[in-house]
Design a protein around this ligand. Structure first.
Ligand SMILES: Cc1cc2nc3c(=O)[nH]c(=O)nc-3n(C[C@H](O)[C@H](O)[C@H](O)COP(=O)(O)OP(=O)(O)OC[C@H]3O[C@@H](n4cnc5c(N)ncnc54)[C@H](O)[C@@H]3O)c2cc1C
Length: 453
């Protein structure tokens, strides 16, 4: 039965029927067409929506920019979608307290730009930064290349306002940087993937902007040599802000996608190093030491905007490039302890299937987060459908058996929920689901995400 919108305050804009664009995100799933899409403009609108949803027993799904890769922004069956795209105000930047407060629909890059104007820095930098929203980042606890030195979204969220799934509003924390009273409800909400609450306002801690930054691209004749360079550098007490690892297939795929020739000699593997610090001398010294310890084939300082854009353009286009190259692909984002990275990278390549399916890993390897890509390539459609699901499960088992996790930053959503029992005991899953039931007794919010049936 269609939801009864007459009980919803008429000021809240409704799109009915829903635009088909709302049935996809960056996961391989095709979602249900929403019963309608609501566009709240304020905290109060979100409270009214959740109260209405509980009153009329209408399932709700929440959506930021839809760049998520695990299907979390898609719609549950018969659900109404709540799009945060109209809540785009930066409410306040407070240089004295080094905080920024924003509505959830603000695009991440606008947070970076605003902080930068005040000599401040918000480090989390998912590669989707030009499109994803800060609300989506909080809901997914997004990471990015700089997580190696600066941590992830959770490390910067100090205040949250929103509405629990049962319609109860909340406002936790604020501008205070130390706060240990009671259970950590902010910590619970960050990474809750829209299953517990709609987040309507976020206060982020900012840090002083590093005054100097230098980058270089190092190339290697094998992934093993690149990974051993990474371990050696970290063991020498050097703390790069970024160490992004790519193999040649990724680089060629990205170059092809960008339709641009390489401005360096492509070797079997590469690392993008980034260092930052208080003085030019300090960062130059760090980079020289990394060069010395890396024993790379080539060590190319990225000194011009053109070279920086070229190399980072390649890194950011890998996912889309591999998609184009492989015809079809599955992406997973396991994370393992750093010392296990070389073993896991090798084991992943060994999962490639004789039928033509190729498996490779790249990504934020300095923090153990491996983006695993399972590529269809020359495999027949039949082989792809038969073997890809088994390979995905083997990837997850590999992560867990090496002390890791099924997801380092992309979340569980709909695509990974069946793997939760690999990482959590029945007791753990029951505990999480009882928290969900406590704040969502009517099973309203993003109900078919996170937990296996
Ligand atoms: C090219 C590309 C590169 C990427 N690189 C990275 C990367 O480096 N690191 C990384 O961590 N991720 C990365 N991602 C994944 C994605 O961008 C992040 O997960 C991002 O945080 C999603 O933000 P979004 O606004 O698009 O959220 P959506 O995809 O719209 O939603 C994601 C989840 O958040 C929930 N949600 C959204 N807004 C709210 C809200 N206000 N309240 C409650 N729940 C909400 C949704 O219900 C859903 O479950 C990448 C994606 C792409 C396509």
């Amino acid at each position: 039965m269609a939801p009864d919108f007459s009980l919803l305050p008429s000021r809240i804009p409704i799109q009915n029927p829903a635009n088909p664009a709302f049935t996809t995100d960056y996961s391989p799933l095709h979602g249900e067409t929403p019963a309608a899409v609501l566009f709240p403009q304020s905290h109060q609108d979100c409270i009214d929506i959740m109260r209405w949803a509980n009153l009329t027993n209408t399932p709700i799904s929440v959506r930021g920019a839809g760049t998520g890769t695990t299907g979390g922004a898609l719609c549950a069956p018969h659900a109404v979608l709540v799009s945060m795209q109209n809540m785009t105000r930066i409410v306040e930047i407070d240089p004295q307290n080094s905080t920024i407060t924003a509505e959830p629909g603000v695009i991440l890059t606008n947070i970076h730009t605003m902080a930068n104007q005040y000599g401040l820095f918000y480090p989390p930098d998912p590669a989707s930064l030009n499109r994803c929203t800060i609300g989506g980042n909080v809901a997914e606890n997004a990471g990015g290349p700089r997580a190696l030195k600066y941590g992830v979204t959770r490390d910067y969220v100090i205040g949250l306002q929103g509405v629990w799934a049962n319609g109860e509003p909340f406002h936790y924390g604020g501008k205070v940087k130390k706060n240990v009273a009671g259970y950590d409800l902010i910590g619970l909400l960050v990474g809750s993937e829209g299953t517990l609450a709609i987040i309507t306002q976020i206060t982020l801690k900012l840090i002083p902007k590093p005054r100097h930054q230098r980058e270089a691209l190092a190339t290697f004749d094998s992934p093993e040599h690149a990974l051993s360079a990474l371990t050696t550098v970290l063991q020498h007490g050097i703390q790069p802000s970024t160490a992004e690892f790519m193999v040649d297939t990724c680089i060629h795929a990205a170059l092809h996608y960008l339709n641009t020739p390489p401005q360096f000699k492509v070797q079997r593997a590469a690392i993008i190093w980034q260092v930052d610090g208080p003085s030019e001398d300090a960062v130059t010294a760090q980079l020289s030491l990394i060069n010395h310890l890396s024993k790379a084939l080539d060590f190319i300082p990225m000194t011009t905007p053109d070279m920086i854009n070229h190399v980072w353009g390649i890194r950011r286009a890998i996912s889309l490039g591999l998609n184009q190259l492989a015809g079809q692909k599955h992406s997973e984002d396991i994370a393992v302890p750093l010392a296990k990275v070389p073993i896991v990278i090798e084991a992943l390549e060994a999962l490639s299937h004789p039928g033509g399916i190729q498996v490779l890993g790249y990504g934020h390897l300095g923090d153990g987060n491996i983006h695993v890509n399972i590529l269809k390539m020359s495999a027949s459609t039949n082989d792809w459908h038969t073997h890809a699901p088994t390979i995905i499960k083997q990837v997850m088992e590999l992560a867990i058996s090496n002390g890791g996790t099924i997801t380092g930053e992309h979340g569980v959503g709909r695509t990974k929920k069946s793997f939760m029992p690999l990482q959590f005991s029945p007791h753990d899953l029951h505990l999480m689901q009882s928290i969900k039931r406590q704040v969502d007794p009517n099973g309203i919010l993003n109900t078919d995400c996170m937990f296996p049936k």
